[in-house]
Design a protein around this ligand. Structure first.
Ligand code: NAD
Length: 524
């Protein structure tokens, strides 16, 4: 293989890569130079500097693998790579410990007022009384999001003799038990924790998860740290909470705008510690990222299958072509069902009907469904290769079935999810684009795309109008509305596609309407 290293990575990774073939290091390559030469390479390694746009990928006639030494892949056009049959890999595990250690640094800086004490000494002062601190020992740590990083923070806090309580609605009880933590609801975490730390992805559900109401119920001395993503804490609400001493202090590594504006109000405050999105920046994390992606390329060069493939597993071309129209449908069905269902998914059952029942490698599609179902609430994109493993870790079992009758459609895919609270199914097909045709026993016909809303309500005059009014009053325009019902004046289901995201409080308002049983917003 001939591999281009287009962004600076750790030496060890460069050295290891030589086992895969010829290595060219050109870490100052310009977009024009890259476009001219990309056809020469079988593999490319980037970090975030090099942008692999559709235009560049379209010229990459020999490229088999794009390796991102790190996690985020915003600089790579994944769809263009998939279309061209190029595998994209990253190194999701490389930063967990590094971010967890940074979180510990922030918690300690808050408890011992390290940053302002440092500033004071450098100003020639000796204010011992001003900097009375707190121990971490015997304090309650509240963790929001117990994934890779959250669990590493808990491990470290145990060494500080802290007790951990966790809010993670997607983590099964038995997995939490194995990790030695107590799962609880968000309010209990906020009310009882002395130190709160956030490790969730930024999703419509977690945007402004911590805002005025949440600061109101925290302890007066509570400290909160966010090393996850900007926007999970509402910075206006944080400013009010800190300036009115509603909580003890806060530490941020991430911001709603990065970098924050020069006149950001948070800069005025003493009870906040700020770092410039460096939680993942250590030599070790960079070295590990380089080694991990080098291993992935070597694996491919030796005919094996890399582990951290973000866009597709390798299957033969003829099967892949047959499955192409259904890959997006599967991803959307999985995402739809996991966002619409109430409770933690324990079982996913998939039935393929019609022509798809004859495809041997159908597991490929099941993986796409799993990926769609798990991705909405995980920080690092799950890929079709590791989806079954992650599902297993999260206690989700998978049942696959086939049947011939597709009720007149070429193929139909039905996904049924079971949680501790309910069973929900969604059935769809691909008619040039994904369509959902049935949700539980309700017939609908909807494109699963963009901002959506689903509600169950009593089928009596006025129910639909009240929901429409609640949305209209907040300027949320309905694009398409589909309703289905069991029987006249029975239960009914409404699915809407909307022109913009529904604010959280509007959803709460709709949930509180008479005759509405459930209301959920979805992003597809
Ligand atoms: P992860 O996917 O392993 O874990 C995320 C956890 O959040 C999961 O357990 C999931 O069940 C949980 N979760 C999802 N939605 C939730 C909700 N609404 N409420 C509570 N829990 C919820 O991700 P990770 O690798 O641990 O990363 C965590 C966060 O850290 C992500 O936002 C990631 O982007 C961020 N991150 C930041 C940096 C940095 O430089 N500051 C570096 C790496 C990762």
């Amino acid at each position: 293989m001939k591999i281009l290293i287009a962004d600076a990575i750790n030496e060890k990774g460069v050295e290891n890569l030589k086992q895969a073939g010829e290595v060219v290091v050109q870490t100052d390559i310009t977009p024009d130079e890259l476009a001219e030469t990309i056809h020469e390479y079988d593999g490319i390694v980037v970090r975030s500097r090099t942008k692999l746009t559709k235009e560049i990928i379209d010229r990459a006639d020999n490229l088999k693998i794009i390796a991102r030494a790190g996690v985020g892949v915003d600089n790579i056009d994944l769809d263009a790579a998939t279309e061209k049959g190029i595998m994209v890999v990253n190194s999701p595990e490389s930063t967990s410990i590094t971010v967890a250690e940074h979180t510990m640094g922030l918690l300690l800086a808050l408890a011992r007022k390290l940053t302002i004490a440092d500033k004071s000494v450098k100003e020639g002062k000796w204010e011992k009384k001003r900097f009375m601190g707190l121990e971490l020992r015997n304090k309650t740590l509240g963790v929001i999001g117990m994934g890779r990083i959250g669990s590493q923070v808990v491990n470290r806090c145990k060494a500080f003799e802290m007790d951990a309580i966790v809010y993670d609605p997607y983590l099964p009880e038995d997995v939490a038990k194995q990790m030695g933590v107590v799962l609880t609801d968000l309010e209990t975490v906020l009310k009882n924790a002395d130190f709160i730390t956030i490790h969730v992805p930024l999703t419509p559900e977690t945007k402004h998860l911590i805002s005025d109401n949440e600061f109101e119920i925290m302890k007066e001395e509570a400290f909160i740290a966010n090393c996850a993503r900007g926007g999970i804490i509402d910075e206006d609400a944080l400013y009010t909470a800190l300036s009115e001493n509603k909580i003890g202090g806060a530490a941020l590594d991430v911001y709603e705008d990065e970098p924050p504006a020069e006149d950001c109000k948070l800069f005025e405050l003493d009870n906040i510690v700020l770092t410039p999105h460096i939680a993942a920046s250590t030599k070790e994390a960079q070295r590990d990222a380089a080694i991990i992606v080098a291993d992935e390329i070597i694996e491919l060069a030796n005919g094996g299958t890399p582990q951290n493939v973000l866009n597709m597993p390798r299957i033969d071309n003829t099967t892949y072509k047959k499955l192409i129209p259904y890959i997006e449908l599967c991803d959307k069905l999985g995402s739809f069902i996991s966002q619409a269902i109430n409770g933690k998914i324990k079982e996913l059952e998939v039935v393929y009907a019609g022509k798809l029942a004859d495809v041997e490698n159908i597991e490929f599609l099941t993986r796409a469904i799993l990926k769609g179902a798990i991705n909405p609430y995980l920080g690092t994109p799950i890929n079709a290769v590791n989806a079954p493993l992650v599902a297993n870790e999260r206690g989700i079992s998978i049942i696959e079935g086939k049947k011939n009758d597709a009720r007149g459609y070429g193929s139909l895919i039905k996904v049924t999810a079971r949680t501790n609270k309910e069973t929900l199914s969604a059935e769809g097909t691909s008619l040039h684009e994904p369509r959902i045709l049935k949700v539980n026993d309700y017939w609908v016909d909807v494109k699963p795309k963009g901002h959506m809303f689903i509600a169950k309500y009593e089928d009596i005059p006025g129910s639909i109008g009240k929901i429409g009014t609640a949305l209209g009053e907040r300027g949320v325009n309905i694009g398409i509305m589909q309703v289905g019902r069991e029987k006249e004046e029975g239960k009914a289901l409404m699915i809407l596609t909307l022109d913009k995201e529904i604010p959280k409080d509007v959803i709460e308002e709709i949930r509180s309407l008479d005759n509405v049983f459930e209301a959920v917003r979805l992003e597809l």
